[in-house]
Design a protein around this ligand. Structure first.
Ligand code: FAD
Length: 284
């Protein structure tokens, strides 16, 4: 029988997580965890609800040129924030593709990463940026780059007895653009068949974030600066970078289809990101 516990302090939450070991699971929105409990793919001894904790970092704050996100920030709140929309338009776009309005009003940004799904939509959009993750346990805190956080399907660096207490995102330099593209089988309430985020700076240096095309979300830079107007050179640079992807065939699409769509979406993402360098547009 699973117990439910709602601690008031971070120290209390961490103590319970340490005592219970691998049977304990943190909860925020529950849009992944409670689905797993209902389907009996996860059978926690105790669910530790982080929403009642009074000394967690604020859901969202701006510290100079850095956005700091706490565990309870929902995807709806993220996508509505003016600084996020201006500095990280691909992340706002990605958040707005998740599930439905009801899901986005509950689901947390940090939970989307902690779940460790290779298809989590917000992850590729964060991977193109300079993003860190802070993980805490009774033994203290450590901060790691997001690009190292994902270690395999459903596996992250946040282990037993630990919680993620913050994500920090550095504001990109002037003249930077980013965009997100995803393919699903139907519009809305479906996980990505393929997703791609692209970030491009004023010199044409491109970083891609890839979802649903490997055992974990991938970050892959292009090996040389590109001019997105040079279609053939962009295509070749993308072909080299996209060899990092290792898609599989499953109910959402075959390996060959995913590979073909990845190339299309990556080109569109780079071109949309490059357009944003000039127009500073934000998603509707
Ligand atoms: C109908 C439906 C549609 C969806 N559509 C999409 C979609 O299109 N794209 C997409 O990417 N996702 C989709 N999702 C999943 C998405 O809602 C989740 O990934 C969500 O973002 C997770 O946040 P949460 O707060 O609900 O996490 P929870 O369910 O509370 O937790 C998720 C996991 O992370 C752990 N966890 C949560 N917070 C922390 C923390 N601070 N520290 C350590 N561990 C933590 C939990 O123990 C659990 O293992 C969908 C879900 C549903 C039910």
């Amino acid at each position: 029988m699973t117990r439910y516990y709602r601690p008031r302090s971070k120290a209390d939450a961490l103590a319970v997580l340490a005592e219970e070991g691998s049977g304990a699971r943190p909860l925020v929105g529950g849009t992944d965890l409670l689905v797993g409990v209902r389907h009996r793919t996860i059978e926690p001894t105790v669910i530790v609800d982080l929403k009642g904790i009074e000394d967690l970092p604020a859901p969202l704050r701006i510290d100079d040129d850095r956005v700091l996100i706490g565990p309870t920030l929902t995807l709806a709140e993220l996508a509505a924030d003016p600084a996020v929309r201006e500095w990280f338009p691909s992340l706002a776009e990605a958040a707005l593709t998740v599930g439905s309005v009801a899901i986005r009003n509950r689901a947390s940004l940090i939970g989307n990463s902690c779940n460790g799904s290779p298809a989590a939509d917000t992850v590729p959009a964060m991977l193109v940026h300079d993003v860190t993750v802070t993980i805490e346990s009774v033994d203290g805190a450590r901060t790691v780059p997001l690009r190292e956080f994902f270690v395999g399907p459903r596996r992250t660096l946040c282990g037993t007895g630990e919680i993620v207490t913050g994500i920090g995102m550095n504001r990109p330099p002037a003249g930077y653009g980013s965009a997100f593209q995803r393919l699903t089988r139907r519009r809305g309430v479906d996980l990505a068949t393929v997703s791609v985020a692209a970030g491009i700076d004023r010199h044409g240096t491109v970083v891609l974030g890839l979802g649903a095309v490997g055992p974990r979300p991938l970050r892959t830079p292009l090996d040389e600066p590109v001019d997105p107007a040079e279609g053939e050179l962009l295509k070749l640079a993308l072909e080299r970078a996209l060899t990092a992807a290792t898609p599989i065939s499953d109910i959402r699409g075959g390996r060959e289809y995913r590979t073909a769509m990845l190339a299309v979406l990556a080109r569109r993402a780079v071109q949309a990101a490059a357009d944003r360098r000039r127009h500073e547009e934000v998603p509707a």
